[in-house]
Design a protein around this ligand. Sequence first.
Ligand SMILES: Nc1ncnc2c1ncn2[C@@H]1O[C@H](COP(=O)(O)OP(=O)(O)O)[C@@H](O)[C@H]1O
Ligand SMILES: [Mg+2]
Length: 257
Amino acid sequence: MIRDLNEDPLLRTSRRVAELTAQLEAAHRELEAFSYSVAHDLRAPLRHIDGFARMALEKSRGLDDALVKQLSVVVQAAGTMGRMIDGLLNLSRVGRAELQRRPVDMAGLVEKARSQLGPEAARPTLRWEIGALPAASGDPELLQLVWINLLSNALKYSSRHPQPEIQVGARTAGDGKAVFFVRDNGVGFDMHYGGKLFNVFQRLHRQDEFAGIGIGLAVVRRVIERHGGRVWAESKINGGATFYFSLGEEQATVPET
Ligand SMILES: Nc1ncnc2c1ncn2[C@@H]1O[C@H](COP(=O)(O)OP(=O)(O)O)[C@@H](O)[C@H]1O
Ligand SMILES: [Mg+2]
């Protein structure tokens, strides 16, 4: 008997899946483009708000103290909003960048990220402990963002400790894949909210405690997801925090030390 291929339920299902996948990808690209242009277009009106508030601020100095205070708040808020917009644009870039997978020297990336952290990272009271890191397969520029964000958080959230410690390392998980981690002995966070921290603009600490806009971990998650990997965190309030990540496929195992 000759079967009509169009009637083959398996074929029909797989065609439907392909169709839905294409629709989903198109919707995703559209959303990405939309958020990018919204963020980009917000910059111009924001520059006006900031510019005119600064002018008014200069004119009211010495004349009206209350007004000076209020206008300072406007300028400050415009600055925060500008950083948030830049953060969204960066996040969107990470989502749109083409993934260039190749062998990556993770130890080299960590050293480079460390050198970009500024003078805080070289404080004599801060102890760094960098373990052996296996090479990985991934996009070096995107993975660099992961290390910079995780290390700068470790630095920031341990900065109140009299003897801050940051530990970087890797271990082999049960499935043979390498799990990289960054650990600090800082203020930590409540694990109850642990799932939220990777969301855009989500912060668990107040601006006056630790400055930031809450985009770093969203960037980290997006980079790791684009590599087919996983990122998670463990922490205790005042007990430090550890951020772990693994990368999908072609992952080397941890070298013996
Ligand atoms: N090493 C850490 N220790 C404690 N809390 C952290 C750490 N890293 C991130 N967090 C929490 O996760 C939130 C989101 O981090 P992130 O996206 O990098 O934003 P930001 O650094 O601007 O606050 C932070 O506001 C903080 O509450
Ligand atoms: Mg951060």
